[in-house]
Design a protein. Structure first.
Length: 411
């Protein structure tokens, strides 16, 4: 990959990522708002025929009076705002990022040959097939008799997600596994909007325009899918940002940690949904969430990791402590041999024009300056090198752990 093309490719990645963030915020914001609005609706005297409830809100110096019709109003309003493009563009931009980062950079980010020795084409086919598989299975479950009980359905959906979390970790790198679990879930969410919610709303509008009374079942189905999206949103956010947390995705029990993240998403959303519905103040959900989080932290220590947290660290005044610590010479030799081809002022790895995250590891001074990052990425977890492409050994990782502990034991 020549320099100019690499610059264009990197710029395209930045643009698509930015688009994904913008549309994702818009989609999540509107989703959370309408869930809160729906739960906060109240019956009132003299509501128009067909109105389910109303809500008064104040924002930006003005008052808003909102009414919801459970099926549809008697007459089609002159202006009707549809909420759909936020979901569509979020999924499309997310898939573009999947292709740009993980498909185009499969050897670096998608495949770990110590996990599964598969070709790039095979890995990409597995990725695509799993996303389609997820939507088809989920949709059929919702449409089945089993899906008539929404609570029962959501429990089964959780176990399906746990199974997918385990499956992804048996095929891809830990980082790619978490990202794919997020994409798997996001595909279900966007599929709900594109294939179910919007078509049902179009049927209702068409019936209304034709002078027919819309069937209430369409609203019920859309409400079920919208509720699922509501509870899945927070876990998806974590999965999409998980590449920043190697102690989550690059550890032995990463798939269990992913499962706990989904449970935490449920408990947090239950709290806010209850508050919005004015049905109580279930503060116990925060205790449960905290317990689940502590369990996730504990699981991250078995057996490949140590219970240390990642933190950004640049050139530190304490670097001399790390340089003087026992084992530094061996660690420096390992890092220069295993990592500096990418973490260099002029990376020699094809497709890289700058060092990842701007971290340079060519000199002993730079290695000492980034001691904490080295420990977390290559010692406490197996996040780096990606897919262990340079074959850093378990013994070398243990040397990094011991060196870091030697340097910090007296601090």
């Amino acid at each position: 990959m020549d320099y100019d093309f690499a610059v264009i490719w990197d710029g395209m990645s930045f643009a698509v990522r930015w688009l994904h963030v913008i549309t994702g915020i818009a989609w999540i914001g509107s989703s959370f708002y309408f869930i809160a609005l729906d739960l906060g609706l109240r019956k009132a005297d003299k509501l128009p025929e067909g109105a389910h409830g109303e809500e008064w809100q104040v924002h930006g110096g003005g008052f808003y009076h909102i009414r919801k019709y459970l099926v549809a109003p008697k007459e089609m309003p002159d202006h009707l705002t549809w909420f759909k493009w936020e979901s569509y563009v979020t999924w499309l931009s997310g898939f573009a990022m999947l292709a740009i980062v993980y498909y185009a950079g499969a050897d670096l980010y998608l495949i770990d040959r110590n996990v599964a020795d598969i070709s790039t084409s095979t890995a990409i086919l597995i990725s695509l097939a799993s996303l389609g598989f997820g939507w088809v299975i989920y949709d059929q479950l919702c449409k089945s008799k089993f899906g008539d009980d929404n609570n029962r359905l959501m429990v089964l959906l959780f176990f399906l997600l746990v199974a997918m979390a385990w499956g992804y970790t048996q095929v891809f790198t830990g980082r790619a596994a978490f990202l794919h679990l997020g994409a798997f879930t996001a595909t279900i969410m966007s599929g709900n909007v594109f294939f179910i919610i919007m078509p049902n709303q179009r049927i209702v509008v068409a019936d209304l325009q034709a002078g027919k009374v819309p069937d209430a079942k369409y609203g019920k189905i859309a409400k079920q899918r919208s509720t699922h999206n509501n509870y899945l949103t927070l876990p998806v956010l974590f999965m999409m940002l998980s590449n920043h947390y190697p102690l989550a995705f690059a550890t032995e029990y990463n798939w269990i940690i992913a499962a706990l993240v989904f449970l935490m998403g449920v408990t947090i959303r239950h709290y806010f949904n209850s508050i919005h519905a004015r049905s109580g103040n279930p503060t116990w959900t925060w205790l449960v969430t905290a317990i689940l989080f502590v369990i996730a932290m504990w699981l991250s220590s078995f057996p490949k990791t140590a219970p240390e947290q990642s933190a950004a660290s640049g050139f530190s005044p304490r670097q001399q402590i790390f340089a003087d610590a026992a084992g530094f010479a061996q660690v420096a030799e390992t890092i220069q041999g295993r990592c500096s081809m990418c973490h260099a002022a002029e990376p020699v790895w094809e497709g890289l024009i700058v060092a990842p995250n701007g971290v340079l590891l060519e000199t002993e001074q730079q290695i000492a300056a980034h001691a904490h990052e080295i420990y977390v990425q290559s010692g406490a977890s197996h996040a780096m090198p990606p897919g262990n492409l340079t074959n850093i050994s378990i013994a070398e990782r243990q040397q990094i752990i011991e060196w870091y502990k030697n340097a910090t034991s007296g601090s």
